[in-house]
Design a protein around this ligand. Structure first.
Ligand code: ADP
Ligand code: MG
Ligand code: MG
Length: 883
């Protein structure tokens, strides 16, 4: 195979479509080079090499070295520089790049090729001694950290000590001599820590860096990031080796990052930050607070520091043209990294800009109005899961607030919680269900789990493109950043602003939409869904074939789901109604009664309550279909355990507590989830199914009378494996319907169907469909019963499966299309063979998961059903699946 792809000088071997092979970064660098944009020449070593590397005990394909050398020759020809040349040394960066960008998760090495000899040539060529030694010390630090495993803080200690000794604060105040001295100290440090001198041969440096970047695919933070974003382990990273350009060559040099539109609001305005005389990560690392790129943004922020537009107008003009060109070419917002070397612009990266859901909607709708993309494309552009962000609460404008600080609105949404200063603490609190706000001077990729655990993030350093801001927007978490006046003291565990000091555990509220931070908990409101949202969802609804229903057990959930556009209830679980403390007593009486009469007496108490539950649901759904599942959970879960509970039931039943205790013991199960539950309950206690059916039908009549809309209830029997089981229960449901109809003199229609959640049911769907008028694939249990994995216990071991790349995603989160999906396909086909108009839906957690919804479209289900807050997500995902 071909392992290396070159780019530069107006052409490239790869292009933007090859992100799987070249990584996003490498593919887009190739594309930019072909577009004739100023890109330093380089090569990309493919992701296939990464796969090979891990499959061959960290060795490379034998042909790789020759291919890399050939590519280096090309770079040399283009730049007039070669590795180790005493006059014109080639310096490169070694950069990571996966298919999907994983910002800051993997490693990059800059200034590679510098050594004790070439540093002199760099100084001479640049006519700048200080610049050259600054680059060299940066290289030793970065290479030492990334490749040799000498942690960054070891180097920083020496740097800080030197600054202290000299009584200065900023790195920029250090002289060439200072750096030269520090370089010797750094080299000694490397020797001491690794037992070997710092490598001087550029080729050795290069292979060391390539190995480290491939190795960084499996560092802890990259693994965590992939787990959180469901990125498969096996994808691997590409490595890009690229000629260096320098943003740290004095006052006409700079480095920066930008978005072609505002990533937070979606407004059509170039947006970005830069630093003069700086390199690489300086901007995002939050070490110095960056300057705004445009004059407009500078004025809005009230900053005194000059914009790029003012300080380097020619480079700015050129940059703006590149932005327009790239946005037009990709027809999407771009997130750009650039460097200006002595007034000349160089492009170092472009990718589709990560944006908030609000911005994504505005951009998609604006681009339709600008004629840049079609409505269908707009629908495809929005990541369905991101809509979740829009459903976040916001601060009640009428609330009385006590402002603690105001800083940058880095990621929208509001959140309240206890102040925590470390990621560990955030995770600890989250684990015990206590909301918290992670407060940091700045965040680093190590903080990713803590950021995930926290309800929101607040940092005192860094701009809108800082690590905290980018990651928070990606997660849909509220974030306020760059609160310069706020002081955090980690040692004391305090945070102070304007003379007010708060400590860990105190409550604060942040508003990531305005940048405000308040003392205490502030009341919140449900969000208003914007005009852009309505327009886009309108396009989506016009496109999709599948209906979207909701899983709702309570009137509150049903109402919320209706507001989000649910078109019926796909699953109403009646057991939640039974676990209500007021009702569980009657339920226990029913179970522990030793004859049918005793059971009926208890059920008579439950009937009016159930009827009332259903009446409310039917009224809210006003004529839309409602599927009600008969009692499903293991009997085990209702059995009283403590002596006190048992004597309560005994008193109510007028029975002997000892006898009851025996009966409870008899009913206990070893494996309740495969035990006395589902249709098996209805077979042992047909009275329960009869009572529920009666409640449903009586409620249907009552609701129809109230709303004037006919209700067609769908009665669903769970956990059926045999046609004869369903037949047994259906007979009783039909008889109950007949009785209710005769008693009331009302006619009504209804359907009886089943949940397909056992492999046997899917395989025998043709026979079961003789009895069932609809199927709902209960994919939670179907996943459990297909894999033979207990979903309540899976958390313990599925983590290892994901880490070891044995599976790509948790099958309880995203449908296993190969196995469980195959059963669904078989079930759907065989069901339709018997009953062509059989109604088919899905009601597991998967009904709200976009990837699973896509699968549902391929087997042509009639609807998906999901929790209320996922309804908009499912509507959009169903539209995307249909496109
Ligand atoms: P990440 O994926 O973490 O963003 P990058 O590979 O993009 O890592 O490198 C980080 C930064 O390093 C870039 O934004 C750029 O500023 C700088 N950089 C990378 N390669 C070069 C280069 N060839 N010349 C100058 N700067 C570079
Ligand atoms: Mg980058
Ligand atoms: Mg089930």
């Amino acid at each position: 195979g071909k392992w290396v792809y070159t780019f530069g000088d107006g052409s490239a071997e790869g292009d933007a479509s090859q992100r799987d092979l070249l990584g996003g970064k490498g593919a887009n660098l190739a594309e930019m080079a072909s577009l004739g944009l100023p890109v330093p020449p380089g090569m990309t070593i493919t992701t296939e090499v990464c796969t090979y590397f891990y499959e061959h005990d960290r060795n490379y394909p034998p042909e790789l070295e020759a291919e890399v050398n050939a590519a280096l020759d090309k770079i040399a020809a283009s730049t007039g520089r070669t590795f180790g040349d005493p006059k014109m040394p080639l310096l490169v960066s070694v950069r990571s790049g996966a298919r999907i960008s994983m910002p800051g998760m993997m490693d990059t090495v800059l200034n590679l090729g510098l050594n004790d000899d070439t540093v002199g040539a760099l100084a001479e060529n640049a006519g700048d001694e200080r610049f050259a030694v600054d680059s060299y010390r940066r290289f030793i630090q970065m290479y030492g950290d990334v490749v040799l495993g000498v942690e960054m803080r070891n180097f920083d200690e020496h740097l800080e000590a030197l600054k202290e000794e000299k009584g200065i604060e900023l790195d920029t105040e250090l002289t060439a001599d200072d750096w030269r001295g520090l370089i010797e100290v750094y080299k000694e440090l490397v020797l001491k820590e690794t037992g070997k001198p710092f490598p001087q041969d550029p080729k050795d440096q290069l292979w060391g860096a390539i190995g480290a970047v491939f190795g960084s695919w499996r560092n802890d933070r990259a693994i965590t990031y992939r787990r959180l974003h469901q990125i498969p382990e096996r994808w691997g990273t590409a490595v890009t080796v690229q000629a260096m350009v320098f943003g740290n060559m004095g006052d006409t040099s700079a480095t920066g990052v930008a978005f072609t539109r505002n990533p937070s609001t979606g407004e059509k305005q170039l947006y970005g930050e830069f630093l003069i005389n700086a390199q690489g990560e300086d901007v995002v690392a939050g070490i110095r607070t960056p300057q705004d790129i445009t004059e407009r943004a500078r004025i809005e922020a009230g900053s005194e520091r000059p914009s790029l537009e003012r300080s380097l107008p020619d480079a700015f003009k050129q940059f703006r043209e590149v932005c327009d060109k790239l946005e037009g070419h990709y027809r999407d917002v771009q997130d750009l990294e650039f460097t200006i070397e002595r007034g000349k612009l160089w492009m170092l990266q472009t990718r589709a800009g990560k944006r908030t859901a609000k911005a994504a909607l505005k951009i998609a709708v604006d681009m339709v109005d600008e004629g840049l993309i079609s409505e269908d494309e707009a629908v495809k552009r929005i990541e369905p899961n991101s809509l979740d962000q829009l459903l976040h609460p916001m601060i009640d404008p009428k609330a009385k607030t006590d402002q603690f600080a105001k800083a940058l609105p880095a990621s929208p949404g509001a959140a309240s919680g206890e102040i925590v200063f470390t990621s560990e603490e955030a995770e600890r609190l989250a684990a015990s269900g206590r909301p918290c706000i992670l407060c940091r001077i700045e965040t680093s990729p190590e903080d990713i789990s803590g950021m995930h655990a926290a309800g929101g993030i607040f940092t005192t350093r860094g701009g809108m493109t800082s690590h905290a801001a980018v990651v928070a927007r990606g997660m849909g978490k509220p974030c306020v950043s760059g609160a310069g006046g706020v002081k955090i003291d980690y040692a004391k565990g305090t945070i102070s602003s304007n003379g007010v000091t708060l400590k860990a555990g105190d409550k604060i509220t942040i508003d990531g939409g305005t940048g405000e931070v308040f003392v205490g908990e502030v009341p919140m409101l449900k969000p208003e869904l914007s005009g852009d949202f309505q327009r886009l969802m309108g396009w989506a609804d016009g496109t999709r074939r599948m209906r979207v229903r909701t899983n709702a057990d309570t009137p509150h959930d049903a109402k919320t789901a209706r507001e989000f556009g649910a078109e019926g209830i796909g699953l109403c679980r009646t057991e939640h109604m039974f676990f209500d403390p007021a009702r569980i007593m009657a339920m226990r009486e029913m179970i522990l009664a030793d004859d049918t009469d005793g059971r009926r007496a208890a059920l008579d108490k439950l009937l009016p309550m159930q009827r009332e539950d259903f009446t409310q649901l039917f009224e809210i759904m006003a004529g839309l279909p409602v599927t009600i599942r008969l009692l499903d959970p293991p009997l085990h879960e209702f059995i009283p355990h403590t002596d006190e509970e048992i004597s309560d039931v005994a008193r109510a039943l007028g029975a002997d507590p000892e006898k009851l205790k025996n009966r409870a013991r008899m009913l206990a199960e070893f494996n309740p989830m495969l035990g006395h539950r589902g249709v098996r309950l209805a077979v042992s206690y047909p009275e329960i199914a009869e009572m529920q059916a009666r409640a449903i039908f009586e409620a249907a009549i009552a609701a129809a009378q109230k709303t004037g809309a006919p209700v067609v209830p769908e009665v669903m029997v769970p956990l059926v494996g045999l046609k004869s089981e369903l037949e047994f229960v259906k007979k009783r449901i039909d008889a109950t319907a007949k009785a209710v109809s005769e008693e009331t003199g009302q006619t009504f229609t209804y359907q009886v169907g089943t949940m397909v959640e056992l492999p046997r049911a899917a395989l025998n769907a043709d026979k079961i469909a003789e009895q069932a008028e609809f199927f709902s694939f209960g994919t939670n249990d179907l996943t459990q019963t297909t894999f033979g994995i207990s979903r309540d216990d899976a958390g313990v071991f599925l983590g290892s499966y994901l880490r070891e790349a044995i599976i790509d995603v948790d099958p309880f989160v995203s449908l296993d299309t190969e196995g469980v999906g195959e059963l669904i396909r078989i079930g759907a086909e065989r069901g339709r063979a018997t009953r062509p108009d059989i109604k088919l839906g899905i009601c597991g957690e998967h009904g709200g998961d976009p990837a699973s919804i896509k699968f549902c479209e391929t087997v042509k289900l009639d609807y998906v059903s999901c929790s209320p807050f996922r309804v908009p997500i499912a509507r959009l995902a169903a539209a995307q699946a249909a496109l």
